[in-house]
Structure formats: structure tokens, C-alpha cells
Design a protein around this ligand. Structure first.
Ligand code: MN
Length: 201
């Protein structure tokens, strides 16, 4: 496969002879709108928030993870686009490799693009992200309802975004799923269990 040029940074950072992460970028399925949040115990523990946009996964690293409380604004730092089949990746990236550490699929599901212009016309995810504000409704196992991704400051090489729960029926300041729901939605395992199992499934 020639490879999607949008994934060249993803590929250039990884040695696929050493990491179990997917290299292909082959379509996982056509035309869907999946989201995935992976918990990643790398140099610093963080969550990777990924949205399917035009056949790849747009990605942000969220140090504190997502919140269900609209008062909590969570820093989200853009990272390289990932291939769609990364959404199913769970395992151990060897120490010394890019992103070395354990990954679990912390939440996953589908999302809806809720972006409209001031005339009420549909706005594509790419256009919304380009403009620095994207509204999505998540249908995950842990996270549901409306979330905003808003670009704020750092507009140079290191733009920063905020991931914010919007106020709706799923907003809940008492929940803290990052702490209380640590298991993978794919395998039921914790980070520690996946680390102990190694790369084997
Ligand atoms: Mn990561």
C-alpha cells in the first residue's frame, strides 16, 4: 500500500519491526464516525482522544483525561494523525520506541458532527477543526453527550486546545470516570493487567 500522506508523520516516528502498533492505515470500515480514547502510560500517563475524520484519526493528547463536568476544561494537545485501525490497538509499545509504554482502549463508540454555521448549514469536521472549534456528541460506553474542542492560544507550531463537556443531560460533576472506571472497554483489563500480559492478547 502506498500509504496515506497524512500518516507520514505517524509512520516516520515508528519502527514497525519493533512496535506492535498498526502500520497499514487500511480502512477499518468505510465512512463511519468512530471515536476512541486510549489511556497511555508513557513517559507521562495521559489519554489520547481520537476522532475519525475523512478516513484517519485526528488525535489529541489529554494529560488529565476527559471530564463529565462542564466546569472542567481539559488541555488537549494535538498529536499526529493516526490510522483508523489504531482505534483497536491495545498492548505494550516497547521501551525506547516512540510512545513506549502500555495502551488500553479506555472508551470507544461513535460520534455525531454537530457543527453548523450561523445560517444553520452543516459544517464538515475538517472545516470546524480548521476554524478551531468543533462540537461533537459522543456515544461511548463511558462518555456520552456533547463535547467541545476549542483551540486556544499557542497558535504556532504547538497549538493548544481545550476539551470541554457541554451542559446537557449527560453532564455530571459528580462522576469522575477517569478515576472510577479504569478498565478497557475492549478487554476489561486495566493498564497494569495489560502491562503484565505484555504484548500477548
Ligand atoms: Mn499517547
Amino acid at each position: 500500500m502506498a500509504g496515506d500522506p497524512r500518516l507520514s508523520l505517524y509512520r516516520s516516528r515508528r519502527d514497525f519491526g519493533r512496535t506492535p502498533e498498526p502500520a497499514s492505515g487500511k480502512p477499518r470500515r468505510a465512512g463511519g464516525r468512530i471515536f476512541v480514547i486510549q489511556q497511555h502510560d508513557a513517559t507521562r500517563l495521559h489519554f489520547d482522544f481520537r476522532l475519525e475524520v475523512d478516513g484517519i484519526l485526528k488525535s489529541w493528547a489529554v494529560p488529565k483525561g476527559p471530564s463529565t463536568d462542564p466546569q472542567q476544561r481539559r488541555l488537549a494537545v494535538p498529536t499526529e494523525d493516526h490510522p483508523l485501525d489504531y482505534a483497536d490497538f491495545e498492548g505494550v509499545i516497547p521501551a525506547g520506541e516512540y510512545g513506549g509504554g502500555t495502551v488500553i482502549v479506555w472508551d470507544a463508540g461513535s460520534y455525531r458532527n454537530d457543527n453548523r454555521d450561523r445560517h444553520g448549514r452543516f459544517v464538515s469536521m475538517n472545516a470546524a477543526l480548521e476554524a478551531g472549534k468543533a462540537i461533537v456528541t459522543l456515544e461511548g460506553k463511558k462518555l456520552r453527550g456533547s463535547y467541545a474542542l476549542i483551540r486556544t492560544g499557542g497558535t504556532g507550531v504547538k497549538p493548544q486546545w481545550l476539551l470541554i463537556k457541554r451542559d446537557d443531560d449527560f453532564a455530571d460533576a459528580r462522576r469522575n470516570p477517569v478515576k472510577t472506571e479504569p478498565r478497557s472497554v475492549l478487554s476489561g483489563r486495566t493498564l497494569a493487567e495489560v502491562a503484565r500480559d505484555g504484548a500477548g492478547q
